[in-house]
Design a binder for this molecule. Structure first.
Ligand code: HEM
Length: 392
């Protein structure tokens, strides 16, 4: 999640087979970590039958997330399961479907080449199949590399500039929000959480709104993503500004007002991927609130990373549930929460710290977090741990 977003993603949730043991989970995590390490470095894992597909890793990253309760983390280290590792509370806007929700284990593949994502996904799934079955797969895409200047925010399928306000990798804010510190003890040192929300976007009813209505719904200009209070994309919105009729320039129901909080603890790192599927029920139009029909089945795979889901994601989602003009066109249809362990040292595997039988101790009080990191960065500390999210 610290790598600049790649063009393509596949989020794959697995369910462990019923008879899976703690030892089997250890073997599974080890093999997945080895596969991920090889593929992200452009090497073929041992059992790879198409090694020529690994030559171009295309900034591949693989992130492993551990799912809910007794099924995985509960099996491995119940005392290490963070309190927030459970489904989000249900919201009135939700129309969640089981086929897009929950799961014991998440594999997140991101790369700039769709072929690389497909191959990495296949290799890891082949190696998982005696331990777990696929529960769901969510593919997503952003702009193709080279089609827009590097570093430019992406556009979603509503045509909006998306991803303007989010902590940038490498900043102190990113470390605080994603890995915890300053009042946010991480569930495990260098670990984080990943919330995946699948949100259907009704392009047919969006088509009925004109540009001023669309901009009013978000509080930003469509042309360049600038706040409606003026300036350029990265200028601060002026939430106090009022127009000639004394109405707020950024409406009370605007998405940027509702998703923003004065509380610096309510921050998340967001990464959105578009999805656009073949239409299952091409009736011509989708009515308001409908998630089938129309001429497109489109939306967003919304990924949020933070150190404490209950304190960071839930308050934002609650405010959006209470009031957000975008809800007129969007419907959450999937939701899943995962705990993401830190990377691992050479010879280790992602999640090994949870088994308590490897390498230097990694968890500890929040205040030790920054110190351990600084020591490693100076080259004085324990060996640098290799991330499954390689390349970060
Ligand atoms: C399909 C659904 C959604 C769409 C189309 C959407 C679109 C946008 C757009 C266009 C912006 C303004 C540009 C930017 O800063 O990225 C934005 C900002 C933001 N959104 Fe969303 N969003 C969606 C869902 C969500 C959800 C589910 C959450 C959180 C649970 C969320 C949280 C935020 C936050 C925190 C900001 C930044 C607010 C600020 O401080 O300025 N969004 N979103």
């Amino acid at each position: 999640m610290a790598t600049a977003p790649q063009a393509f993603a596949a989020f794959v949730a697995l369910d462990l087979h019923r008879d899976t043991t703690r030892d089997a989970v250890r073997r599974l995590l080890r093999v997945l970590s080895e596969d991920a390490a090889a593929l992200t470095q452009g090497r073929a894992p041992v059992a790879d039958q198409e090694p020529w597909l690994t030559v171009n890793p295309a900034r591949l990253t693989v992130t492993l997330g551990l799912g809910l309760g007794p099924r995985l983390l509960g099996l491995v280290a119940p005392d290490r399961a963070p309190a927030w590792l459970r489904p989000l509370p249900s919201f009135s806007i939700d129309r969640l479907e089981e086929r897009w929700s929950d799961g014991d284990l998440l594999l997140q593949f991101c790369a700039d080449d769709r072929l690389t994502v497909a191959h990495a996904q296949r290799v890891l799934l082949k190696d998982s199949r005696s331990f777990a079955a696929v529960r769901w797969v969510q593919d997503g895409f952003r702009h193709t590399v080279g089609s827009v200047p590097d570093g430019q925010s992406m556009r979603n399928l509503f045509g909006q500039v998306d991803g303007t306000v989010t902590p940038r990798a490498g900043s102190a804010e990113f470390e605080r929000v994603v890995h915890g510190r300053d009042g946010f003890p991480p569930w495990i040192q260098d670990g984080t959480s990943l919330v995946v929300r699948r949100i259907a976007m009704n392009l047919d009813t969006w088509d009925e709104a004109d540009t001023p209505a669309r901009e009013d719904a978000v509080g930003r200009r469509l042309r360049d993503g600038a706040p409606l209070t003026g300036g350029a994309e990265h200028d601060e919105p002026d939430l106090a500004a009022r127009g000639p009729l004394n109405f707020p320039v950024i409406a009370d129901y605007a998405h940027v007002r509702r998703s923003r909080s004065e509380d610096p603890r309510e921050r998340i790192h967001r990464r959105a991927y578009n999805y656009d599927l073949p239409v299952a029920d091409a009736s011509g139009t989708r009515g308001r609130g409908a998630t089938t029909g129309g001429v497109s089945d489109a939306g967003m795979v919304f990924a949020a990373y933070c150190s404490d889901v209950d304190r960071q994601v839930v308050p934002i989602q609650r405010r959006l549930d209470e009031l957000d003009m975008l809800n007129a066109w969007t419907t959450p249809v999937g939701s899943a929460v995962f705990a993401v362990p830190p990377g691992c040292a050479e010879g280790g595997f992602v999640g090994d710290v949870l088994f308590g039988d490897c390498g230097p101790p990694l968890w500890g009080p929040a205040h030790a977090h920054g110190r351990a990191r600084a020591e490693r960065d100076n080259g004085d500390g324990p060996p640098r741990r290799r991330g499954a999210d390689e390349g970060d």
